[in-house]
Design a protein around this ligand. Structure first.
Ligand code: ADP
Length: 400
């Protein structure tokens, strides 16, 4: 039996999900955190609800990878390393280089490292994890699946900022977007559910998680997306501000006596969004609870969140000259029927969008628009790891 591992490496963490192919059954999943910090928590879920947990010092991604594969053997999840036919790696920044998922050779790994200036916290650790897996599993195909690839089809008018063109030409200063794997998956799934070729459809995908982005998918291709040069742009997120006027950065730095721009950007990335607005939490469930208990700040926070999503949906209807389907996904999009209804109801009726209240009371894949809605509305659980595994099978020529 052949298995493929989907790997998502962060600066101090390594998350994984192991699939049997071709059945696509998940045989194990888990994570190792606090890599290089000390007291790493190791957690592996497998079998029929079994769980392995341990705490030990894991020095780096190579040690993490070796420990993980050893443990998979000990727990009989695999009987030998030979059973693993490939690894697929999530990579945050692919720049303009990686237009599709790619079989990773030394040159490609070096490119990923070079692109680290676009995602300083991500590409470096991801490249380290790729090298670690290659060392432990020599000769097995490793495939990079990039958050940005799906958006490389955006036209110039969508990805260029209105700043001197030389900055794009010389430094690559442009919109790249993110969450591409998720947008690609749910857009294709929506087309399947509609029984129509994606080439004939205009779809707006709303990935509303801790991070969030909205994408206009015209004929199966991303033509615009709300995240920008980095994931800081776009809608209100858990801790990210989303779009703001750049001059506010200068103004606030003066007011707060901040001289280090990194500190200011960190406030916009980590202390803003739902957290900064509500003062309660970055977690939508907490903000909803506080709002229900009468906290006015949290009520306003929810309204701002809905407003920003609506505005992007409106923009993208204009960008594509219409819309056939709107899709909600990720933690908030999949679980909060209340958010979906608040975004669509009333405000979107002008566009002929109507939610079916009963159908919307779900956390599963479902069509949630009413019979008379002109636009189909879906909630579709995203599955980025499955896309990573499918791309690894496709590009690694894994056939059993
Ligand atoms: P990440 O971007 O970290 O992968 P997720 O996609 O898991 O995040 O989304 C996390 C968000 O989903 C949190 O804001 C969380 O509150 C929200 N969420 C999860 N379940 C619910 C729920 N039942 N109702 C409202 N929000 C929820």
């Amino acid at each position: 039996m052949s298995k493929v591992i989907a790997v998502n490496a962060g600066s101090s963490s390594l998350k994984f999900k192991i699939y049997e192919v071709p059945s696509e059954d998940v045989v194990a999943s888990g994570q190792i955190d606090r890599i290089g910090i000390g007291n790493s928590n190791i957690s592996i879920k497998y079998g029929e609800g079994q769980k392995f947990e341990d705490v030990k010092d894991i020095a780096d991604h190579e040690v993490a990878t070796e420990f993980l594969l050893d443990q998979l053997n000990t727990l009989n999840i695999i009987t030998s390393y030979d059973e693993i036919s490939g690894t697929g790696h999530r990579v945050v920044a692919g720049g303009e280089v990686f237009k599709d998922s790619t079989l990773l050779d030394e040159e490609a790994i070096q490119k990923i490292e070079e692109l680290a200036e676009f995602a300083p916290l991500h590409n470096g650790p991801e490249a380290r994890a790729i090298r670690a897996f290659q060392k432990v599993l020599p000769g097995k195909p490793a495939v990079g699946v990039f958050d940005t690839s799906f958006h490389t089809t955006m036209p110039e008018i969508a990805y260029l900022y209105s700043i001197p063109l030389e900055y794009y030409e010389e430094f690559g200063a442009r919109r790249y977007g993110a969450h591409g794997t998720s947008h690609r998956y749910v857009a294709n799934r929506a087309a399947e559910l509609m029984g129509k070729p994606i080439e004939d459809l205009k779809i707006i995908t709303c990935h509303l998680g801790n991070g969030g982005s909205i994408t206009a998918v015209d004929g199966g291709k991303s033509v615009d997306t709300s995240m920008g040069f980095t994931p800081l742009a776009g809608i209100t997120m858990g801790t990210r501000s989303g779009d703001i006027d750049a001059s506010l950065v200068q103004f606030l730095m003066k007011k707060l006596n901040i001289t280090d721009i990194d500190e200011m950007i960190s406030i916009l990335n980590n202390k803003s969004g739902l957290l900064g607005l509500s003062g309660v939490s970055s977690d939508m469930r907490d903000v909803e609870d506080a709002a229900d208990k009468g906290d006015e700040r949290s009520q306003t926070t929810l309204e701002i969140f809905y407003d920003r999503v609506r505005k992007y949906i409106g923009q993208y209807i204009a960008v594509m000259g219409g819309v056939d389907a709107v899709v909600f996904t990720a933690g908030i999009g999949e679980n909060s029927g209340r958010t979906r209804a608040a975004i669509i109801d009333d405000h979107m009726s002008f566009f002929g969008m109507k939610i079916d209240e009963a159908a919307n009371d779900t956390r599963d894949e479902a069509k949630i628009s009413s019979e008379d809605s002109k636009v189909a509305i879906y909630t579709i659980p995203t599955d980025e790891e499955l896309v990573i595994v499918r791309d690894t099978v496709r590009l690694g020529n894994i056939n059993e």
